[in-house]
Design a binder for this molecule. Structure first.
Ligand code: SAM
Length: 257
């Protein structure tokens, strides 16, 4: 059934089994037919599986997702892993996760570095409600959820680490994205005419809020790497490095103040 509606029917079948608490070799329980046909109908209309099931795995977190938040992506897991490794340099770092969405990055850092003091921001009040529910359900304390525009509201030289997966799609790219992506919030994807507007604004703003010796980690699209590396250097960041994702494409900018 999924082959007719999904580009990745096997992966989606696995996800459905996981959702039902079954092993792949288990037979499907009786009585699921109406539920499965409705699921296939919704997939046929392009609705992402994660919204239909209401959750998505992110590293070791099972996160609630609704159409108010971006569905967490595997490339962001690379950002989370690098961020945790860097955050562990300090016993109790002050951290900002800008544009937290479902709370993926903030919650991963809080679970694995409980002494970190984390503020997670988003422009969207509805996204923050989802993130707070995720924190409660997963029993993760220690994240402060704040509705704010980028890094406004943070004091000068207060943060050790800024981490962000901001919107980075240009308006023109958005128009050509696959239909399925149009089910996700436009405000979670589109940054402006160029696509790099919010990443560049974060690089500028982070210079004010980072302590000397602090760093910013930003997700980017592979073709944006050269421009953003140059931008970080020209703003005066000391060390600038780009991390690849699991398929070797440049995906995360690291810049030290
Ligand atoms: C690409 S999503 C990332 C969500 C989550 N961090 C993740 O990686 O799955 C970007 C998020 O940034 C938020 N956002 C957009 N513009 C923003 C701004 N100016 N200030 C703060 N958050 C913003 C969106 O609402 C959205 O939740």
């Amino acid at each position: 059934m999924l082959e007719a509606v999904s580009p990745e029917p096997e992966a989606e079948a696995r996800e459905i089994y996981f959702h039902l608490g079954l092993n792949l070799l288990d037979p499907l329980p009786e009585g699921l037919d109406p539920w499965l046909s409705e699921l296939v109908q919704r997939r046929r209309r392009g609705e992402p599986l994660a919204y239909i099931l209401g959750h998505r795995a992110f590293l070791d977190l099972d996160l609630e997702v609704t159409p108010a938040v971006l569905i967490p992506r595997p490339e962001t897991e690379v950002l989370a892993l690098v961020a945790l490794e860097r955050a562990r340099r300090w016993p109790a770092p002050e951290v900002a996760d800008v544009g937290t969405g479902s709370g993926a990055l903030a919650l991963y850092l809080a679970r694995h570095h409980p002494a970190a003091r984390i503020v997670a921001t988003d422009l969207s009040a509805e996204a923050l409600r989802v993130a707070r529910r995720n924190a409660r359900r997963l029993g993760i304390a220690g994240v402060h959820w704040v509705q704010a525009d980028l890094l406004s509201g943070f004091g000068t030289a207060t943060l050790h680490l800024v981490v962000s997966n901001p919107p980075y799609v240009s308006e023109a790219e958005y128009a050509n994205l696959p239909r399925e992506l149009h089910h996700e919030p436009r405000g979670a994807l589109v940054a402006g005419r160029r696509g790099t507007e919010l990443q560049e604004a974060l690089l500028r703003q982070a210079l004010r809020v980072l302590r000397p010796g602090g760093l910013i980690l930003l997700e980017l699209a592979p073709f944006q790497a050269a421009r953003l590396r140059e931008k970080a250097r020209s703003l005066g960041y000391r060390r600038v490095h780009i991390h690849p994702d699991l398929s070797g494409r440049p995906r995360v900018l690291e810049a030290w103040r």
